[in-house]
Design a protein around this ligand. Structure first.
Ligand code: C2E
Ligand code: MG
Ligand code: MG
Ligand code: MG
Length: 295
């Protein structure tokens, strides 16, 4: 009976794998037409200053509104897009879309904050990226300071020279550059040294256990020393993935200047973001936590 059960489980596993592969192939084949069909959109998540919890920026997070599968999150398709040139088309679409969104908010008379777009390694290594970004900004009359790029450490070392060159040009144009998911790669410190970044975004895996038990002590040291390093280098720091008031309180104690996470604001469709921009701060719950943390 044990053998039969194991065989059945193995067979079910194979079917699941086959299904997942088929769906991935299907998604990959549809990426380009999905861009043309307008099936992609951004959800926006607020970034806040830790002291006052005022909105200091927004991160644009890609969503695929698939006609049959519904809303698909980036982890299900960014990797697929990176295997083909679709990532370049998608990345270009994203930069233009963020600029168009800023134009709409400006037209609505809303106070603007910088919008950060995630840029994949493949995109970053395209020599034409700085020109493309510049053309977008000019076309929409957006000041470069309102656009930010988030790059991850996954950018391979072979491409570092090209990536660094591109980022230097973008920085010279006035764009801010963030190093995303800091601490998860194998070369975090060399990226800090080589890339012309403004902000270190500490990966949420180091924030998760802050203020609780677990590996909290080790994480506290890592976060504290990252903050100290950033300060020494004159860089901004942001803690990602803040999910509760304890983590926020601990980040306050550690002097982390900026925070982002579900506790403060969940990524929201554009219709809901206007209110956040208008208010400049999140509502209710956060005020309570702010009081809690200041006790
Ligand atoms: P990321 O740039 O590190 O973005 C943060 C991710 O963490 C987002 O997931 C966000 O929803 C999630 N998050 C934010 N706060 C919390 C929290 O408190 N707890 C937890 N558990 N998660 C939180 P999302 O939207 O699924 O995006 C995943 C990744 O996909 C992003 O990670 C980014 O690397 C990539 N991505 C998103 N949009 C784009 C894009 O336009 N282009 C490229 N190339 N990559 C993108
Ligand atoms: Mg990001
Ligand atoms: Mg991140
Ligand atoms: Mg990430």
């Amino acid at each position: 009976a044990g053998l039969v059960a194991r065989l059945a489980r193995f067979w079910l596993g194979c079917v699941a794998l086959w299904r997942a592969r088929r769906q991935a192939r299907e998604l990959q084949a549809r990426l380009d037409s999905a861009i043309d069909n307008g099936e992609f959109c951004f959800h926006y998540q607020g970034k806040f200053d830790t002291a006052q919890l005022r909105l200091v920026g927004l991160e644009a997070l890609l969503r695929w509104d698939h006609p049959r599968h519904g809303l698909i999150y980036p982890n299900a398709f960014i990797g697929l897009a990176e295997q083909t040139d679709a990532i370049v088309a998608l990345g270009n679409w994203g930069i233009d879309a963020a600029c168009r969104q800023l134009v709409q908010w400006r037209a609505a008379g809303l106070p603007l904050v910088p919008v950060a777009v995630n840029v994949s390694a493949r995109q970053l290594c395209q020599a034409h990226l700085p020109d493309f970004v510049l053309r977008c900004l000019q076309r929409h009359a957006i000041p470069p300071g309102l656009l930010e790029l988030e790059v991850t450490e996954s950018c391979c070392i072979d491409d570092m020279a090209q990536a660094t060159l591109g980022l230097r040009r973008l920085r010279a144009l006035g764009l801010a550059i963030s190093l995303d998911d800091y601490g998860t790669g194998h070369a975090g410190l060399s990226h800090v040294r080589m890339l012309p970044i403004h902000t270190i975004k500490i990966d949420r895996s180091f924030i998760r256990d802050l203020g609780s038990g677990g590996s909290a002590d080790c994480d506290t040291v890592i976060v504290a020393s990252t903050i100290a390093m950033a300060r020494g280098l004159g860089l901004q720091v942001l803690a990602e993935g803040v999910e509760d008031g304890e983590q926020l309180a601990q980040l306050r104690r550690l002097g982390c200047p900026q925070v982002q996470g579900f506790y403060l604001h969940r990524p929201a469709p554009v219709a809901e973001v206007a209110a956040l921009l208008a208010a400049g701060a999140p509502a209710g719950r956060v005020t309570a936590s702010q009081q809690g943390a200041m006790r």
